[in-house]
Ligand binder design. Structure first.
Ligand SMILES: *Cc1c(COP(=O)(O)O)cnc(C)c1O
Length: 405
């Protein structure tokens, strides 16, 4: 190892102090290494041995992260197509599997075409700058995902941020920007801290009143919401959406990858202009193959969504009856509201010791005083697992005085 330069030592010193401040404020994020596949039950490595936990905090909604069919699809693709493209798409990095997956994602979302990115973060980082200039305006829900916030920062359009789900505020902002060339409203389909599904019919009506485009990030909805698993628009009975972004890293197998689906011209333009597409390595073909397999399962096994829905309903009903306050509705993200941040931390700690893995979120990730344990259901859980989780919540809720004795 080289001796650190004085300037590097000075940086290290400042960062060590900043990290201590995070720890003291309870904002330091610890990582727990899994030694098992991602699933309804996971094994976590601990200093004194491994611990088995019932998992309530993955985005593995359909339980596909360790599905043998997806693993087989990946293995076959690795054997036949190799590890990776070693190229961006427009040089020599476009594989036939990429095009097949893009066509499938377009069909799922009811759009003309789709474009793959290394992640949905990259999809959102690329789209705004490519489509919007200084003469345009973008309208973003205050609770939108960080990648949308960052993507908007990279574009030169006039920016409007409206309070979460506040349609009247969106109306006013759109009216204020009436002279903009293009207006684009962007919303998460599902707000992941609250488990709330966006009111797309109302948002669409505002877009139409003001001649604005609508983009929905369906990362928590693809494969989960709608009778066919196609997302939030279908959940609302088929709301027209102009562009959809989404991830392959949640319900669709949990590996990696993102996409945008939209009109043929929007997608063609993004292939020319979206910087994370132009300047980052193409998605490994094996991941495209697993996503194709996941999309087959989404189409052929609606019972997975039904089971997910029945787990969510069972968990909600039992915790509500026990006296807990829950946020959201209609989605397998179920935040159990605790209020006080230290109590939420203790709650998660006690659950962990009882063999239930769920994470506490407090400020600044959620508003102060609204600390919560965010749970996520998965079709990988059995009814007995859900009942065990319910019993643990009730037990800890009594111990900490969160619910009446
Ligand atoms: C998870 C998530 C992303 C990021 O997806 P990746 O593919 O992991 O980069 C983007 N937007 C929303 C709304 C998300 O929930």
């Amino acid at each position: 190892m080289t001796t650190p330069s004085p300037q590097s030592q000075s940086l290290d010193h400042a960062l060590a102090a900043a990290l201590d401040t995070l720890r003291e404020a309870g904002l330091f994020k610890e990582e727990h290494p899994l030694v098992s596949p991602q699933s309804g039950h996971v094994t976590i490595a601990e200093p004194c041995g491994n611990r088995q936990l019932l998992n309530l905090c993955a985005n593995n909604y359909l339980g596909l992260a360790d599905d043998p069919r997806l693993i087989e699809a990946a293995r076959n693709a690795l054997d036949r197509h190799g590890l990776g493209m070693a190229s961006v798409r427009f040089i020599c990095g476009t594989h036939e599997l990429h095009r097949r997956l893009e066509t499938r994602l377009a069909a799922l979302t009811g759009q003309q075409d789709a474009i793959l990115f290394p992640s949905c973060f990259d999809a959102n980082a690329g789209i705004f700058e490519a489509l919007l200039g200084p003469e345009d305006a973008v309208f973003s829900d205050a609770l939108n995902h960080a990648s949308i916030i960052d993507g908007i920062r990279l574009c030169k359009a006039q920016r409007h941020r409206y309070p979460n789900g506040d349609i009247a505020a969106l109306d006013a902002a759109l009216a204020e920007a009436k002279d903009a060339r293009r207006k684009l409203v962007v919303t998460d389909g599902v707000f992941s801290m609250d488990g709330v599904i966006a009111d797309l019919p109302a948002i669409r009506a505002m877009c139409d009143r003001h001649g604005a485009l609508l983009m929905v990030d369906d990362s928590h909805a693809t494969g989960v919401l709608g009778p066919d698993g196609s997302g939030t628009a279908a959940h609302h009975g088929g709301v027209p959406v102009d562009m959809v972004s989404g991830t392959l890293g949640k319900a669709l197998g949990g590996a990696a990858g993102g996409y945008i689906a939209g009109s043929a011209s929007v997608i063609a333009w993004l292939r020319q202009k979206a910087r994370p597409y132009l300047f980052s390595n193409a998605l490994p073909p094996a991941l495209a193959a697993t996503a194709l397999c996941a999309l087959d399962i989404v189409a052929q096994e609606p019972e997975r969504r039904a089971r997910l829905g029945s787990h969510a309903a069972r968990f909600r009903a039992a915790l509500t009856k026990a006296g807990f306050t829950l946020a959201g509705s209609g989605h397998p993200i179920i935040p159990v509201m605790i209020g006080d941040a230290p109590v939420a931390g203790q709650f998660a700690e006690k659950l962990y010791r009882a063999g239930i893995y769920a994470v506490a979120f407090s400020a600044p990730v959620v508003p102060p005083g609204q600390a919560r344990i965010r749970t996520q259901m998965s079709s990988a859980l059995s009814d007995a697992d859900v009942d065990r989780a319910i019993a643990a919540f009730i037990q800890v809720g009594h111990e900490l005085g969160v619910i009446p004795a």
